[in-house]
Design a protein around this ligand. Structure first.
Ligand SMILES: O=P(O)(O)OC[C@H]1O[C@H](O)[C@H](O)[C@@H](O)[C@@H]1O
Length: 477
């Protein structure tokens, strides 16, 4: 019986959402909201809730059901992961955006922060790398330190055609064939759509081990699909607890009552804040292990809500700019702006209720008044105090913030965080009346890239690029 099946433990592990610093009677009437402000959205909230239910029953939000819908897949993932852990020294994800940020965030949250540097017997599994860019120095640097014969590459692409990921794959494919000969296919695992794109066709023809991303699961909502579950399992993470946490949170996010639904409440307050010109959303984890959740959330929030047109075809230019920050580090780089700059931000703190390691601050330099007060405390106490102090400084400056507390950082609470932020984002999209699941704004850049590289069929785009205004050298110093 694992911990997550015990209701009392689940309740103890429930994420806590503190939204005092969004409310007028705490952060002040100038910037804060009232319960009435939230209640004034009742009609919109109910309509958005109904649309969420309709989308879910129409199978347009399969990502919400991932915690429940994958018994056979999870068993296969665990089986494959067990074999991968036995067979290889390195596990490399080739992917970008939603095909990379989730695996990176979960690995960083739930494994040792120097996991790759641990001795094999302590690491328990292969070294883990996520190659989510095509910078030649970075790719070459990785190949300098891994032995292909001891490496398994998990090429992940929802579309099966993303240029960056497929370019990496072509390089790996050739390298493995040259170095390993006929056994190369066993070093490639494909994770992709069942029909769309080139990767599934190649994987089927080549006979790679393949995992399918359900058609109704978009890239930035895919962490609880094989996209995130296989890398996590390969690195020894309990993916059943991860899914259990997501399921637990999803149940909490089913009620229409905004004051009882954590995702709806976060979305409603962000929506009200956007209406008041808060067009920046800062994600500031006060735990190094949650650092990459700021990156994962940046894509989820930016790509889902940043839309030119709403569902009625009106030009709306919606969205909030995500900013990645880290406590305590960015108290020393960004908090000055947050307390004295424009009133255009909402800060979301991610707080650890407890840490998996602790470091005592020794009682030395007792005669130095500016240091002696630190002695006898722990770094966890100091970091916790700094989060509270930063939250307080923002409140005193009438700046808006939420604090989401994970009682412990474990698979169950991380699973809750993933589902909470995904449902929040989808619901915010409904309130904004936009499509939170497409990304039309990335197509122009993709097409220009294809044209510049001479892809057949993009000649007109190439001519358009050639006809673009010449740069004025006077504007280059
Ligand atoms: O998983 P893939 O299909 O390779 O896509 C990887 C990423 O690139 C696309 O351009 C989208 O903007 C992202 O939403 C997606 O996560």
């Amino acid at each position: 019986m694992t911990r997550y099946r015990q209701p009392q433990w689940q309740a103890q592990m429930k994420l806590q959402i503190d939204y005092n610093n969004m409310m007028a009677d705490y952060v002040g009437p100038q910037e804060g909201f009232t319960r009435q402000d939230i209640e004034s959205l009742a009609g919109q909230l109910q309509a958005a809730h109904q649309r969420m239910l309709a989308k879910r029953s129409a199978g347009e939000m399969q990502w919400r059901d991932l915690p429940w819908q994958q018994e056979a897949e999870v068993r296969q993932i665990i089986k494959t992961a067990r074999e991968v852990r036995r067979r290889c020294e390195n596990f490399v994800v080739l992917g970008i955006g939603g095909s990379a940020l989730g695996p990176l965030a979960v690995q960083t949250a739930l494994n040792h922060l120097h996991y790759n540097e641990l001795p094999p017997d302590k690491r328990g599994g292969p070294r883990f790398y996520v190659l989510d860019n095509i910078d030649p120095e970075r790719v070459a640097a990785l190949f300098d330190i891994i032995d292909p014969a001891q490496t398994i590459f998990n090429v992940i692409s929802k579309s099966g055609s993303t240029a960056e990921t497929m370019a990496q794959f072509m390089i790996v494919y050739q390298m493995l064939r040259q170095k390993l000969g006929s056994g190369y296919a066993a070093h490639i695992i494909a994770t992709t759509d069942a029909e769309r794109g080139n990767l599934i066709k190649i994987a089927r023809a080549e006979g790679y081990a393949t995992f399918i991303i359900p058609s109704g699961v978009g890239g930035r909502y895919s962490e609880l699909s094989p996209v995130g579950l296989l890398p996590a399992a390969v690195c020894g993470i309990d993916i059943e607890e991860l899914l259990a946490g997501a399921a637990y949170m999803d149940q909490l996010c089913r009620t229409a009552d905004v004051f009882a639904n954590p995702a709806y409440l976060l979305a409603a307050l962000q929506f009200l804040a956007m209406q008041r010109g808060k067009n920046i959303s800062v994600m500031m984890p006060y735990a190094e292990s949650l650092k990459y959740f700021a990156d994962w959330y940046a894509q989820l929030w930016a790509e889902s809500l940043g839309k030119r047109y709403n569902l009625s075809g009106e030009e709306v230019f919606t969205g909030q700019t995500p900013v990645k920050a880290l406590g305590a580090t960015d108290q020393h780089s960004q908090v000055q702006l947050y307390t004295e700059g424009p009133f255009d931000k909402v800060v979301t703190f991610l707080k650890a209720g407890s840490f998996r390691a602790e470091v005592d601050i020794p009682r030395v330099f007792k005669h130095v008044s500016g240091l002696a007060f630190l002695g006898g405390h722990t770094l966890g106490e100091l970091l916790t105090a700094e989060q509270l102090a930063t939250e307080y400084a923002l409140m005193k400056a009438a700046r808006l913030s939420f604090t989401i507390t994970l009682p412990e950082i474990n698979p169950f609470t991380v699973g809750q965080l993933i589902q909470l932020l995904a449902v929040k984002t989808a619901f915010a999209g409904e309130l904004l009346h936009i499509n939170a699941f497409d990304q039309p704004g990335v197509e122009e850049g993709k097409n220009a890239t294809y044209a510049l590289l001479g892809r057949p069929g993009y000649e007109a785009k190439k001519e358009e690029l050639a006809a673009r205004p010449a740069k004025n050298p006077a504007y280059i110093i």
